[in-house]
Structure formats: structure tokens, C-alpha cells
Design a protein around this ligand. Sequence first.
Ligand SMILES: CC(C)C[C@H](N)C(=O)O
Length: 440
Amino acid sequence: MQANGLDERTNLLVEEYSTSGRLDNITQVMSIHTQYLESFLRSQFYMLRMDGPLPLPYRHYIAIMAAARHQCSYLINMHVDEFLKTGGIAEWLNGLEYIPQRLKNLNEINKLLAHRPWLITKEHIQKLVKTGENNWSLPELVHAVVLLAHYHALASFVFGSGINPERDPDTSNGVRLIAVNNFCVCDLANDNNIENASLTSSNFGNVMVFLQIADSLSELEALMERMKRLQEDKEDEEASQEEMATRFEKEKKESLLVISGAFDDEIVSTDVSRYIEDPGFGYKDFARRGEDHLPTFRAQDYTWENHGFSLVNRLYSDIGHLLDEKFRMVYNLTYNTMATHEDVDTTMLRRALFNYVHCMYGIRYDDYDYGEVNQLLERSLKVYIKTVTCYPERTTKRMYDSYWRQFKHSEKVHVNLLLMEARMQAELLYALRAITRHLT
Ligand SMILES: CC(C)C[C@H](N)C(=O)O
């Protein structure tokens, strides 16, 4: 990292430490992408700590409810602490039966937003804002929705990059860097898969490692080759509107069939289950196809830039700007590298990642050719994306390792940032569209 990049990162971490008195593992991992971290922290600080429609303890309780949908104990514990520190009533931590009805009414939208946001309708919104003494004002509701979407998406980041609790029972001083679900991602000092692999191998292992390296090298070359070809083809051939629509439908259908690992014994511990209702409700499992389908949301009919942004900003001032800045930041973030290659334009690849997430939520951009997704994202990467986005609690180290073996960890964290923000934006689009419909 360049010297001034390092300074920037250190400054930011020092600043964060002095305002919040801690440097959690999320912040540390994200600090690999300093510029992004800055906008992330700014929006998070705003929704959690600045003036806003909801009282502070409510905000943390909502974060807990959101994280619990994905059994993310890491985030739950963090916000249990914060909830108490901000004056929350300890009894509420016994579970949903102990909280006020008003807060309990958020369960339904929490559940839908987390797993099948396309099912949210204006009736859900009406129900929340028109329930007599337990009603939510629109600004309060928007604040809650933003928090829910933020923490669902953050759970994806936590599992996707393998972030562990700060306090590990095995370490006496209580602080250990990033290791997770038996899965350690960011060995910050040694940011390269190959080096790691060769350090640990025996002689025989060396041969195997060599073969694997050769293999993954050719994977990388092949991917770059495909990017180049797509770029060239783009210049001379334009697919028709119908063809583009068909490609989207095909990709959407196929994404439903991408299996993200069996998860038979889903035992949710009581620490987590007390904060959720209907724990079995998840991203639509399309094993029983035909009886339900994922409708298409035409992105141009309700865009973040033209619709979502102004609505959110009007009801909960300034959060729109902060989110907007963060979305732009992540969308444009690039170092022009691909593993060991420099000066590469990676726009196509980054678009494919972002748009694939929206595709899994049924959101279609009519000027985007989903054939690109198909060419650029290999199967193991799709499995990873679907798992991290839709069922983050099922992410394993094996899934993390099995795609892009040549790439750096920092690049895989970058992937996670894209997945997280795309997911957050998708949830917001559905929720805000329902609010707009309620208002009109
Ligand atoms: C996600 C990665 C492919 C991003 C790439 N390293 C870039 O700087 O653009």
C-alpha cells in the first residue's frame, strides 16, 4: 500500500477509535478499502447515533432483530451491549414477548425484507402506520427500514468475509484479529493465496500446489480473455430488446437453481431465536418450483436515483445523501487490478457482481446484457454470491476459497462490499416502492 494510502487508513482508524472507543473487526477488515469505510461509517453513525426519528435503544433493538434473521450472533452481541448502554430496558433482551407491541409489529416487514422483499406491498405499510396507539409515523418507519436493510446486508458482509467475535474465549486478553466460523479471511500482512498455500505445503504438497496454481492461473487468464472478448463484441453487436429480456429471465431462473449447500440441521440457538418469529422463513426455496415465482422489478420504473433517494431523504433527512454516497462509492471503487495484473478495466466484472445480486431479487436493468453475468461469473462464484447474499449464515470457508483462487483477499473483501451494498439497495427499493404506493 502506498504511504499516503496507509496514512489515510491510520487516520481513519484513529478517528473511529477515538469516537467510539473501539475498533471492531468489521471496521478493521473494511479498512482495507479506506475510502469506502469512510462512507460506511458515516452513514452508520448517522443512523445509529445522530438525531433521528427513533430513540437510541430502539435503533439497537432493531439492529438485533435484523441480525437475528441470519443468526448473526456477532452483530447481535454487539448491539445487545449498545442497547443497554443507551438506556434500553434489559427485560426486552429476553425476547420478543417482552417488547412493546409497536416494535413487535416490525416482525413481518423484517422477515419479508430479509428474505423475500418482493412480497412487500403497500398493505404492509398501511398496517404499520394505521394501528391506533401502536402506529409508526412514516419517518420512524423509514428509519426502521433503513436500519433493517443495513443490518441484513451487514450480516452478509460478516459471514461473507468470515468475521469473528472480538472476544474469543480462547484468548485471555480478549482481542483477536479476524478469524471466523473456523474461517480466517484477512491475514492482512500476507495478502496472497499462493504464498499462503506454498508456505504450508510438504514436498508432495508442493507439486499439488503447483498444479493448482497453474490451474487457477489459467482460470484468471481465461476470465480476462472473456472480458476482453465481451468488450470487443459489444462494439460491433447489439442484442435486440427481446433478446436482452430473455437473457435476464434465463439468468434469473438459473439463479434460483443455484444451490447453496445443504443445511439440514438448522438449529437456531435460543440466544438468537428469541428475537425472531417464523425462523424457517427464508429466501424462497424454489425446490418446489412452479407454485410461486419471482416477479421482475423493472429498475427504470423505480430507481434509487430518481425515486428511492428523494423519498428516503424527505422522510428522514440526509440519510438519502449518505446512502447515495455510499452506493456510488462502492459501485465505482476500483484499483484497476485483477489479482497480479495491473491497469485492467474491471468495470464489467464489478457490474456483473452487482447486477447478479439484483437479478436474484428480480430486479432488471433493461440496458444491461445479462449474458455478461453468465460469461463472467463462474459457477462456484455464483454459489458464493447466492449464499452470502441470501443465506449468509451458510457461508463456509470452502465456498470462499473455491472461487478466484488467484485473487487477493482484499479483492474478495471488495466482492463482499459489492454484494452487501447491492443487497441493501435491493431491499430498500422494494420497501420504498411500497411506501410510495401507500402514499399515492
Ligand atoms: C473485485 C475485484 C475484481 C476488483 C478489482 N481488483 C478492481 O480493482 O477493480
